[in-house]
Design a protein around this ligand. Structure first.
Ligand SMILES: NCc1[nH]cc(CCC(=O)O)c1CC(=O)O
Length: 310
């Protein structure tokens, strides 16, 4: 059906077809063009429909989570239909298929979540018992932890769909990653929430580029694009996530940041209804951070006890 990419041909960039995914693929292409002085036709963007895109009516947690947005794309990489794939690292499972690697992380955008509402200016401003929309288990739990009175309804679809739902009164507010809004040119819609109130998802705001391990051309092209600070922080957040499981039914948040003398890290797990929250913090040399985050993940798991995620 599709032709394979050969070294003389344009580099094929695989992506999902959502407006955000396309914006991320274009950003990657533009960075490659700038880094190597190449024309636009040295690249091709190929849209790949994933199982996750096809499912609109059920919660993602219900049908199996993260891998749903990457499976078909990874198959296209392995069968050489595409050469590189651009991902929101937040949506990438902690284990990659054999033969593939993500070792290029673009400089991270704003890591925070944003509050979006046409009538209200922030979480504190929402009336008692207000309805908010989100499909994220993490956001649901974090919101209920600070505002147990809120009614949380399932809210899926892209930014445009969600805004329409707000307009039609399905909910009074919703929450999206600042990074996604920025990449869609819609940053003005949201009010950023402090990470103290709403700790972001592991790897939020980071774009990772996946390739075949043995593809020297892709490796050489990608080399100048990587941001070491982003890679270090995302690796630590994903180590925490990996230690915790990753069942996608678990509300997990994590953020690592470069600080004086190394990295500082905060991670948390919550009960889905927000009634319990376990937090862990660490700071120290970068070289120790991934192991520390893994250990924190394991200790939080123990602290929470069996049945916590139930
Ligand atoms: N799960 C969907 C998803 N994956 C990445 C982003 C936004 C961009 C990012 O966090 O890098 C979003 C939407 C959202 O959470 O608002």
């Amino acid at each position: 059906m599709t032709t394979q990419c050969s070294p003389a041909e344009p580099l094929c960039i695989g992506t999902r077809g959502s407006p955000l995914a396309l914006a991320q693929a274009e950003e990657t292409r533009d960075r490659l063009m700038a880094a190597h002085g190449l024309p636009q036709d040295a690249f091709r963007i190929r849209v790949i429909r994933t199982t996750g895109d096809a499912v609109q009516d059920r919660s993602l947690a219900e049908i199996g989570g993260k891998g749903l947005f990457t499976k078909e794309i990874e198959e296209a990489l392995l069968s050489r239909e595409i050469d590189i794939a651009v991902h929101s690292m937040k949506d990438v499972a902690t284990l990659l298929p054999e033969g593939l690697v993500i070792d290029t992380l673009l400089p991270r955008a704003d890591v925070r979540d944003a509050f979006i509402s046409s009538r209200h200016t922030g979480l504190e401003d929402l009336p008692q018992g207000a309805t908010v929309g989100t499909s994220s288990l993490r956001r649901r739990a974090q919101l209920l932890a600070v505002r147990p009175d809120l009614r949380v309804v399932e809210f899926r679809g892209n930014v445009q769909t969600r805004l329409k739902k707000l307009e039609t009164g399905v909910a009074e507010a919703t929450f999206l990653a600042c990074a996604g809004l920025q990449r869609l040119g819609r940053a003005g819609l949201g009010i950023p929430l402090s990470v103290e109130t709403v700790l972001p998802a592991p790897a939020q705001g980071a774009i990772g580029i996946e390739r075949r391990v043995d593809d020297a051309r892709a490796q050489a092209l990608l080399a100048p694009l990587g941001d070491a600070e982003t890679a270090a922080c995302v690796a630590v957040e994903r180590a925490f996530l990996a230690a915790l499981d990753g069942s996608c039914r678990t509300p997990i948040a994590a953020l690592a940041r470069v600080s004086v003398g190394g990295l500082s890290f905060r991670g948390e797990i919550l009960r889905p209804d927000g009634t319990e929250r376990h937090t862990a913090e660490w700071s120290g040399p970068e070289a120790d951070a991934a192991a520390a985050a893994r250990a924190l993940g394991e200790s939080l798991r123990e602290r929470a006890g069996a049945g916590f995620f139930g």
